[in-house]
Design a protein around this ligand. Structure first.
Ligand code: NDP
Length: 240
């Protein structure tokens, strides 16, 4: 039987590429989204991948959605926490609402979804959780104290979850993308984009599929000995 994979924010951008890659590798994929019904429908019509709408920042909605998926399709084997938003502003201008919304969706969303799937994965003795962080969670960024805090938090969350899951066959890893050509970058002015690209040693933005390939590896049987790690896919922009 096909392994069942849930990809949050799986209908657009990086998530779309992840959903497609996992489908290509024989997984049964359920792609979550937050509110853009038109984009989700177009994605589903194009790919045949089932889409379901809920807010990853809503704890009970996550528990209910995963329970419904397990009832309808079977146990969730692979959880990709990809949904994320930005609400950029400098510290001088950032409102509490901008802070809170990003933490709720980008960081608490990972907890909510892991909470919904981890117990059953542990009981079954197999599971793969991948959390999408960011190069700006590793290095910080002006105008992103909210986003950098959420993404940095994902890395600590992932390592602790990995320790708890290791002896039960449940791995948890993070991917830290650099700048990837998706709608998320559309609000960045062209002159700022040029400066960003100038800081990327390979000299270009990444493509969503380049992140999806990393997720495919981390969610495969081949990655059973990889847990608690962060895979940086950023064109050399940030190196430890
Ligand atoms: P996009 O803005 O292109 O897509 C975001 C996806 O997340 C959409 O499917 C959206 O659904 C979904 N989403 C947003 N809020 C919620 C919510 N509350 N509940 C459920 N789903 C939600 O983003 P990207 O593809 O660019 O980014 C994907 C991930 O990669 C994010 O976590 C982002 O932080 C991270 N990342 C991106 C980088 C980049 O350069 N693009 C760089 C580093 C990290 P809907 O269509 O309904 O709005």
């Amino acid at each position: 039987m096909s392994r069942i994979a849930v990809v949050t924010g799986g209908t657009r951008g990086i998530g779309e590429a992840i959903s497609l890659k996992l489908q290509e590798k024989g997984r049964r994929v359920i792609a979550n989204y937050g509110g853009n019904d038109a984009a989700a429908k177009a994605f589903s019509d194009r790919t045949g991948i089932e889409v379901r709408r809920w807010d990853v920042g809503d704890h009970n909605a996550c528990l209910d959605a995963c329970a419904a998926i397990e009832d309808d399709c079977g146990p969730i084997d692979i959880m990709v926490n990809n949904a994320g938003i930005t609400r950029d502003a400098t510290m001088m201008r950032m409102t509490f609402e901008q802070w809170d919304e990003v933490i709720r969706i980008d960081l608490t969303g990972c907890f909510n979804m892991a909470k919904a799937v981890f117990p059953n994965m542990r009981t079954r003795g197999w599971g793969r959780i991948v959390n999408v962080g960011s190069v700006n969670g590793q290095g910080g960024q002006i105008g992103q104290v909210n986003y950098a805090a959420a993404k940095s938090g994902i890395h600590g969350f992932t390592k602790s979850l990995a320790m708890e899951g290791a002896k039960y066959g449940v791995t948890a890893n993070a991917i830290a993308p650099g700048y990837i050509a998706t709608d998320m970058l559309s609000s960045i002015p062209e002159n700022v984009m040029e400066k960003i690209v100038a800081q990327i040693p390979v000299g270009r933005l990444g493509q969503p599929d380049e992140i999806a390939r990393g997720v495919e590896f981390l969610t495969s049987d081949n990655a059973a000995f990889v847990t608690g790690s962060t895979l940086s896919i950023n064109g050399g922009q940030h190196m430890y």
